[in-house]
Design a protein around this ligand. Structure first.
Ligand code: PLP
Length: 416
């Protein structure tokens, strides 16, 4: 298995060396060198993650927690190693506070379903924000339908930042949970999550942080931030699809009922009564994506080796450069200009629909996202049906930004 040998954290990120670890970055798309700028949708995978997946199926495959034989034991050890790695990566107090899920969406649904069943009562309130991805809206609407609770929504300012005063005003004695994104996928806004958590905790309100866009780019210390729940997806942080993490404090995970019933999540079963397994098994019914979980460890190891601070510094430089360059293009408007932003550049052009922009860019080998980014309420807030979004990660370069900018000039020349 290849291990990247990268320089110590103080030095800037060696992008060419990083790129060499990602086989897909060498392909052509539409006959042009691929410029992959859709990282907020999903990230590409380093060779170590790809190899971990094939090694698993070639030499390690067995079902976990079920057999006494060699392969079952080996698979179980590898599976639990990822849990231990995630515990360190996110600084959870206990390994059993890390629950494997299919991704951010499932993690939120798990918590929302548990709240609907055992916490929420008619008249209770859940506080969300206008910045949320549909994954952090719809599960709460379903929970409200089941329980009679209501959603309260924190507005955002013109720059795409949370209206903090409004947030404070929305917290009250009826608030049972704050569920809020750490980083906006559509605009890149980084929310001041520690302050948000502190304000909620002062009133005894628990907080769920949607970390889908934070975990790939920011050092997440769940104990330091103090959140009660944190969710993320492996596939956005260099790992496989179909795997994610729900972190919950032991107290909360013990309190919530199981999400799904099945094998592995029980202690004893009779037709009269079933008792639950201890954490984390209580929330991990059935056979999971074992290969995906095993390979996810290698993604976190890779991010650790490169260093999230160094990655964030690199992305910041690239997105700042890109923002300066695109603002030179007449008729282009950047949406989302928060002071604290991750590597996301959302924009509209007066001459072309975002889908036309996406199509022209695609013909140049450039992958961006055009659409509502699963954030329709946020699009509505800015009076647009959709935006074009370039999102950057550790392997993107200034040269790729230049290719993007010249293709945007081409869009303008074709449509204006
Ligand atoms: N939340 C945010 C902020 C996201 O950006 C995404 C995906 O783009 C999700 C939730 C849903 O993640 P997944 O589809 O991996 O479950």
């Amino acid at each position: 298995m290849t291990t990247p040998t990268l320089a110590p954290p103080q030095t800037p990120l060696d992008v060419e060396r990083v790129r060499a670890d990602f086989p897909i970055l060498g392909i052509s798309a539409r006959g042009k060198p691929l410029v992959y700028l859709d990282n907020a949708a999903t990230s590409q995978k380093p060779r170590s993650v790809i190899e971990a997946t094939s090694t698993y199926y070639e030499a390690q495959n067995g079902n976990i927690h079920r057999g006494v034989h060699y392969l079952s034991e080996l698979a179980t050890i590898l599976y639990d190693e990822t849990r231990a790695t995630a515990q360190r990566f996110f600084n959870a107090r206990h390994a059993h506070e890390i629950i494997f899920t299919r991704g951010t969406t499932e993690g939120i649904n798990l918590v929302a379903s548990g709240f609907a069943q055992s916490v929420l009562k008619p008249g209770d309130e859940i506080v969300l924000s206008t910045l949320e991805h549909h994954s952090n809206i719809v599960p709460w609407q379903l929970a409200c339908e089941r329980s009679g609770a209501q959603l309260r929504v924190v507005p955002v300012t013109e720059s795409g930042e949370l209206d903090i005063e409004a947030y404070h005003q929305l917290l009250n004695d009826r608030t049972r949970l704050v569920a809020i994104t750490w980083v906006s996928n559509a605009l890149g806004t980084i929310n001041p999550v520690r302050d948000l958590v502190n304000a909620a905790h002062t009133r005894g309100i628990p907080v769920l942080l949607d970390g889908a866009q934070a975990a790939p780019h920011i050092t997440v210390d769940v104990q330091e931030v103090g959140c009660d729940f944190f969710v993320c997806s492996s596939h956005k942080m260099l790992g496989p699809t179909g795997v994610g993490i729900l972190y919950g404090t032991e107290a909360w995970l013990d309190r919530l009922p199981p999400y799904q019933g099945g094998g592995d999540m029980i202690d004893t079963v009779t037709f009269e009564k079933t008792t639950w397994a201890r954490l984390p098994s209580k929330f991990e019914a059935g056979t999971p994506d074992i290969a995906g979980v095993v390979a996810f460890k290698h993604a976190m190891d890779y991010l650790d080796r490169v260093g999230l601070e160094r990655i964030a510094a690199h992305e910041h430089e690239v997105v700042e450069y890109a923002t300066r360059q695109v603002q030179e293009i007449p008729g282009l408007r950047v949406i989302g200009t928060a002071a604290q932003k991750a590597g996301v550049l959302s924009f509209v052009m007066d001459c072309a629909h975002p889908h036309d922009i996406g199509t022209i860019l695609d013909s140049e080998g450039i992958a961006i996202r055009a659409g509502h980014h699963c954030a329709q309420p946020l699009m509505r807030r800015f009076g647009v049906p959709s935006t074009a979004r370039a999102s950057f990660y550790l392997y993107n370069t200034r040269d790729e930004v230049d290719v993007l900018v010249s293709a945007l000039h081409k869009v303008r020349s074709l449509f204006a």
